[in-house]
Every structure is written in structure tokens, then in C-alpha cells.
Write a protein that binds this ligand. Structure first.
Ligand code: NDP
Length: 246
């Protein structure tokens, strides 16, 4: 297997903005081949074009992570285009937080589907490939909300706690050939903060983001750090937060 980042084939979900976009660009700059998934075609293509214009290697695949077949198409694209899959970064997510009393049940369902079913769809698509190659790396993006619940983020925190638990279980079953990493960001400056949240909550989140958030490059480099380790070294868990975040 390859060591370092150069030449590795990395599939990444949620690549059309924020942390995913920053990670794609960081890894492409280091010489990885990117297979990028998200739902918004124009935004995704813009990221692919930016990487390509800088001399990097990237392809985009329209992916809704809640759909099992879409994750399969993402990993198949890696095999078709680059002949292998070294890393799957499961980053797609939605922070549609709201108080329980608002009964935003569609948002609850969407967080469960995106973070839990979405992660499982990625495991289902990539694990057989990694087993056959006898090498592979899962990088799963959770949140500091997986460590501490703050109202009104309970549903979001529960789904991110599930990401943490699934990642630890996967790591225990991975065996010596596979690596499994959990990356948990604190407040990060992306368009996703407050998006889909109830209006009052969104206003508070955006205010906090503008006051304390760190740039998405902070998470991109943490993901790069996990990927660039020599074979046999697993960065199991990383939490990155702004110093001013409690
Ligand atoms: P963004 O909204 O900027 O990015 C979210 C990405 O996920 C977009 O590319 C979006 O693309 C994609 N996405 C959402 N739902 C789906 C879906 N069903 N299928 C495929 N792609 C999907 O926000 P962030 O960059 O901040 O979020 C990235 C991850 O980081 C999330 O998991 C989030 O929970 C986590 N996180 C963020 C923090 C922050 O403060 N920003 C803190 C802790 C964790 P598209 O809409 O085109 O599909």
C-alpha cells in the first residue's frame, strides 16, 4: 500500500462546501486523487474544476448518502477511474438543530438518515473493497457534539454520538490491514452552521460562528494528518476545537 498522501485514492462525501471542500483541496494539493460526492451538482463541479485548474486530480459523482446505491456509485467511480480506493472520508452532514417543542420531525429524520444511515452506506460500499485490497482507511467526521450535548442540539448530538460509536466498533473489527479514524470538529466556519436550523437557533449559531469559529482548513489538516501516517499507524480519534470554545 501507499504511504503518505501522494497517489492515494480518496473518496469524500459532502465535498461541495465547507469542511469537505477544504479537505478535498488540501488532499489534492498533497497529490491525492479525489472522488468527490455531494448532491449539488454545480457546487461540486466548481470544486472539481478548482482542483483540476491547480493541476490536481479529481472527479465528481452526484451522491445522496442516504441512498445506498449512491455510495456504491461513489466507490465504483474510484475503482473505474483510479483502479483502487485507499480512503473513504464520510463527512456529509446537516446541522438542522431545533428545540424538541418545534417538532421538526423531518429534520430529525434527515439527521438520522444522513449521519447514521449515510455512514453505514459508506461502510457497506467500501468495506468489501478494503478487505479485497487488504488495505483501506475509514475517516468519519463526527463533532464535539458527540462528546457533550448542548440544547437544542440533542438529535444532532445523538446522531454524531452514533457516528463515534459506529467508528469505534468498526475500528475494533477492522483488523491489522485497515485503519479507522474519527475526526470531531468544534465550531468551524462553514455555510452549514445554522442552515436548516430553526430561526432563533440559526441566529445564535451564526453569531457564535462569526465570533469563535475556526477555518475549515483546521479540520482538513487533521484529516490529512491521519491519512499521511505510515501503514500500521492508526490515528483513532482527533478532536479539534477553537481555544475559545467551552
Ligand atoms: P456544509 O453545509 O458546508 O457541508 C455539508 C456537506 O455535506 C455539503 O457538501 C453537502 O452537500 C453535504 N451533504 C449534506 N447532506 C448530504 C447528503 N444527504 N448526501 C450527500 N451530501 C450531503 O457544512 P460543514 O462543512 O460544516 O459540515 C461538514 C461536516 O462537519 C458535517 O458532518 C457536520 O455535521 C460536521 N461538523 C461541522 C461543524 C461546524 O461547526 N461547521 C462542527 C462539527 C461537525 P450537498 O448539499 O451538495 O449535498
Amino acid at each position: 500500500a501507499l504511504s503518505g498522501i501522494r497517489g492515494k485514492v480518496v473518496a469524500l462525501t459532502g465535498a461541495s462546501s465547507g469542511i469537505g471542500e477544504a479537505t478535498a483541496i488540501h488532499l489534492a494539493t498533497q497529490g491525492a486523487h479525489l472522488v468527490l460526492g455531494a448532491r449539488r451538482e454545480a457546487r461540486l463541479q466548481a470544486v472539481v474544476d478548482r482542483i483540476t485548474a491547480q493541476g490536481g486530480s479529481a472527479v465528481g459523482v452526484i451522491v445522496d448518502v442516504t441512498r445506498r446505491d449512491d455510495l456504491k456509485r461513489l466507490t465504483d467511480a474510484a475503482l473505474d477511474r483510479f483502479g483502487r480506493l485507499d480512503v473513504l472520508v464520510s463527512n456529509a452532514g446537516t446541522m438542522a438543530v431545533s428545540p424538541f417543542d418545534e417538532l421538526r420531525q423531518d429534520d430529525w429524520d434527515s439527521m438520522v438518515a444522513t449521519h447514521i444511515t449515510g455512514l453505514l452506506n459508506g461502510i457497506g460500499a467500501a468495506l468489501p473493497i478494503f478487505r479485497q485490497q487488504r488495505s483501506g482507511h475509514f475517516v468519519n467526521v463526527a463533532s464535539t457534539a458527540a462528546y457533550i450535548v448542548k440544547s437544542p442540539q440533542a438529535v444532532y448530538a445523538a446522531t454524531k454520538t452514533a457516528v463515534k460509536v459506529l467508528t469505534e466498533g468498526l475500528r475494533q473489527e477492522a483488523g491489522p490491514d485497515l485503519r479507522v479514524t474519527l475526526v470531531s470538529p468544534g465550531f468551524t466556519n462553514t455555510e452549514g452552521v445554522g442552515k436548516g436550523a430553526s430561526p432563533e437557533t440559526a441566529t445564535a449559531m451564526i453569531k457564535q460562528r462569526d465570533e469563535i469559529a475556526m477555518p475549515p482548513s483546521a479540520i482538513a489538516s487533521a484529516i490529512g494528518y491521519a491519512i499521511e501516517q505510515p501503514d500500521g499507524i492508526d490515528v483513532s480519534e482527533v478532536v479539534v476545537r477553537p481555544t475559545v470554545q467551552s
